[in-house]
Design a protein around this ligand. Structure first.
Ligand code: ADP
Length: 253
């Protein structure tokens, strides 16, 4: 059975005001359930908890203060799961919540626990929805960003493919929001550290890592023998088209 990890970022899931993009949630749930119906096992790594929690606690901009950010994550994570539950139920799916921290990736015993839980959930037909446990984790115990987390999850569950859905079509040779002449790279057959220099800093105000963390994820995947694709979350039926081999996004092998 083919196992796929899919990562979606805050900028795809929410509007600037923190409200959920319902059409995106709907299409994501529908496509993931279609993948399951076609025999794939799917794990979703989802950001968005802080952004969704912010307006619920009266914040218009992201608080700088850590406990307040964690409060937003704690409130938003519940709302986020509730949203997923509603949309996945509509398509006959079952969702499960997994909140991880760095220790789950580094400590062999906890790594194994996470891995057997993921196996059990997938065998039972559930869609594990993974996020960093932001409500209780300070920087030193965090993986830090969900691009890296998704690569760690892909390796924990021995996935065949990681798909990172973003607000951009894939990797360019330099940041296309700053350079008009940036060229699209559709295929990276041999990942090397030289690619890391192509990424500028965090792209959007609400995205966290920009391209740098996606390249870090690619490095982890390539080293673990997992293929990785970066593609635009807003393309219609993007997941189905990717699985059917349409030439979209950037493929790392
Ligand atoms: P997400 O929330 O989907 O993870 P981010 O905003 O964190 O998205 O990252 C994507 C952004 O990274 C792009 O919109 C772009 O502005 C920026 N970026 C920086 N360097 C590059 C590059 N070389 N190729 C593509 N995008 C880049």
């Amino acid at each position: 059975k083919k196992r796929i990890v899919i990562k979606v970022g805050t900028s795809s899931l929410t509007y600037v005001n923190g409200k959920p993009n319902l059409r995106f949630f709907n299409s994501l749930a529908c496509q993931i359930m279609d993948l399951q119906n076609r025999g794939y096992e799917v794990v979703l790594v989802s950001s968005g908890a802080i952004a969704i929690g912010m307006p619920l606690l009266g914040f218009e901009i992201k608080p700088n203060n850590l406990p307040q950010k964690q409060a937003c994550a704690a409130v938003g994570q519940g709302t986020l799961m509730h949203l997923y539950e509603r949309f996945f139920h509509e398509y006959g799916g079952k969702v499960a919540q997994l909140l991880l921290t760095k220790g789950d990736a580094l400590n062999p015993k906890r790594y194994l626990h996470a891995s057997t839980t993921l196996d059990a959930l997938l065998a039972l037909g559930a869609v594990p929805i993974v996020n960093e446990n932001d409500a209780v984790s300070a920087d030193e115990i965090k993986v830090g960003d969900n691009d890296t987390l998704s690569a760690v999850v892909a390796s924990i569950c021995d996935a065949d493919l990681l798909i990172i859905l973003s607000d951009i079509d894939g990797l360019y040779d330099k940041n296309p929001s700053l350079h008009l002449d940036a060229k699209f790279i559709s295929y990276v057959p041999e990942f090397s550290r030289a690619f890391l220099t192509m990424a500028g800093d965090a792209g959007t105000a609400r995205g966290t890592g920009g391209m740098a963390t996606k390249l870090k994820a690619a490095e982890i995947c390539v080293r673990s023998g997992i293929d990785m694709i970066i593609a635009n979350s807003h393309l219609p039926d993007v997941l189905m088209n990717l699985i059917d081999g349409e030439p979209i996004g950037t493929l790392f092998l």
